[in-house]
Write a protein that binds this ligand. Structure first.
Ligand code: UVW
Length: 390
């Protein structure tokens, strides 16, 4: 299937969104070869059909954005200029600047029993993947090496081909998501956190195209993220509603407040630098059980709740679904707006595809959240296994 493209202006690019047929063993589940929001027209005029799971989701009406004089995109959550960041011009660390000794001690004060919960999912063949991402693990040799010495030592290695920071349980760094505030092709008008541009990230010396960034982004890479040792707060929205939420269902500020109420908590429990996590039921019901449905969209927070949590100063927003926000967005003109509110505007990280059912089952809503991402220089994200300790 190919995106239907209607253009009023000349700039266009047809995007082939047909589910790609991978050779068997490629690590991409056959159910999950999702085509996703492919914005088929660039910049000017026209409209594009956006799809999820190969089906038409909604039509993104890509009227030429009105660029605010001060730099943002009017009429969207990205209106106005969002740089320099609260941590100063040039900062690349974002909300992990909150990781201070005081925040760590507050988290430690929540540890009473020593029970540890793994929040990460197993990385394996057949897990749902976004778009045409791949996960392929191979063991070279059986065994890979040996035997050597009188003791006959042998060993195994592995080769992993994957978008290492963007599959499975995945942590989004600040280079992952930006916003184009100017004309297509002008890399100095594609803005990320703290005003860094695609041009900065790729260290272009000429207008011609990307250079150094192809071997690792030159700014906002994962090496700038500090380890998390902070308070974690769970919003059990599935528990509140008594059911798994639906695809596209928006979690609102009222829902988050109702969760706090139900859990015997108040807004004061959301402290600066804390990790906020919300449970929709999407992961525990669909992950590796119905990948096609899992990938077809998802429930999650909307723009209102995203802005509310950002104003509270959280360091990371996490959920049991693949993008943490509701997809499709109730405003059919917006694509992944919470990603932009968190990462691009506020330097707040995102953690996707986490397990939360065991916390909810034990009524654990406040805990020490501990996670050290992989400091891969120039990478957009990190895999890993965050933990909750009570
Ligand atoms: C995109 O990469 C667009 O989304 P995610 O961060 O959910 O993988």
């Amino acid at each position: 299937m190919t995106d239907e493209i209607r253009t009023d202006d000349a700039v266009e690019r047809e995007v082939d969104i047909e589910s790609r047929r991978e050779p068997d063993g490629g690590g991409v589940t056959s159910q999950s070869r999702r085509s996703f929001i492919k914005t088929a027209t660039l910049a000017t005029g026209g409209a594009a059909v956006a799809t999820v799971g190969g089906g038409v989701m909604h039509e993104l009406d890509l009227v030429k954005p009105a660029h605010a004089a001060e730099g943002g995109i009017e009429g969207t959550p990205m209106a106005g200029k969002w740089w320099p960041s609260r941590w100063g011009e040039g900062d690349q660390t974002g909300a992990t600047n909150h990781m201070t000794p005081a925040v760590a001690l507050d988290a430690a004060s929540l540890i009473k029993t020593g029970k540890v919960y793994s929040l990460g999912r197993v990385y394996e063949y057949g897990m749902p993947l976004f778009g045409q991402r791949v996960f392929a693990l191979r063991i070279p040799g059986a065994p890979t090496g040996g035997a050597y010495g009188k003791n006959q030592v042998i060993w195994h290695d592995e080769i992993l081909t994957t978008e290492i920071g963007q599959v499975g349980t995945q942590f989004d760094g600040l280079a992952h998501i930006g916003a184009r505030v100017g004309e297509a092709g002008d890399l100095s008008q594609e803005m990320f956190y703290n005003g860094f541009t695609t041009r900065d990230l790729h260290n272009n010396d000429s207008e011609a195209g990307s250079t150094a960034g192809a071997y690792g982004l030159q700014k906002l890479g994962m090496e700038h993220v500090k380890p998390f040792f902070c308070r974690g707060v769970l919003f059990d929205v599935m528990g509140l509603k008594g059911r798994m939420l639906d695809k596209g269902e928006e979690i609102t500020v009222a829902d988050l407040k109702a969760c706090l109420d139900r859990q015997g908590m108040t807004e004061d429990d959301i402290t600066e630098g804390c990790a906020a996590l919300w449970r929709t039921g999407w992961g525990e019901n669909l992950w590796m059980k119905d990948n096609a449905r899992f990938n077809s969209g998802e429930p999650g927070i909307g723009v209102g709740a995203g802005e509310w949590l950002a104003a509270k100063g959280i360091s990371v927003g996490a959920a049991d679904c693949w993008a943490i926000e509701c997809v499709p967005n109730p405003d059919p003109n917006l694509a992944f707006p919470v990603h932009q509110i968190f990462l691009t505007k506020n330097g707040i990280h995102i953690l996707e595809n986490v397990r939360l059912d065991h916390l909810a089952a034990d009524g654990v809503y406040k805990f020490a959240f501990i996670f050290s991402t992989l400091p891969i220089k120039g990478a957009t994200g990190s895999p890993g296994n965050p933990i909750a300790v009570v």
